[in-house]
Design a protein around this ligand. Sequence first.
Ligand SMILES: [Zn+2]
Length: 177
Amino acid sequence: MQNEDFMRRPPSRVHYRPVPALLVVPPGAVRATHNLLQRAGDREACAFWYGERDGHVSRVLSVRSPEQASSRGNYHVEAEAMSQLVRDLPGSWRPLAQIHSHPGIDTEHSRYDDRMVSSRKILSIVFPAYGLPIKPWPIGLGVHEWQDEYWHLLTPDQTENRLALDTDIDVDVRDFR
Ligand SMILES: [Zn+2]
């Protein structure tokens, strides 16, 4: 079993350029994500955010966890499990972010994570401490965005400008495990 700790990637040669896009996340989606990740116990797990895009603003409406293999050092999802995840997704909903947990507070992508992101048009967000809410949102999250051939880890300031909490709405939550 490969452990992500041994798979550190080289730093980017260019800086991340902030974009005008905003990902709006209802507090219920944050709670649901923590819960889904924590169901794996002391093992890494993944979840996906889906919702609507309107210009530069995307809004999370659904949090879904696919059938997956979880271990202390990584997670794996088969293609068939990804298909099952989106089978009944409303037509106007798009994938917005891929989420996974890390054991500790290091939320930088590993080389493995770079390969595992299902789309370069979505954000990849790493939650620390196997999904336990150890810091107030969004502190400690590792938000990554694809730009100039690299998955950039956003700084805390960049993260504050890229993600926004919104008024609470009922979020669709599914666990396919
Ligand atoms: Zn990872």
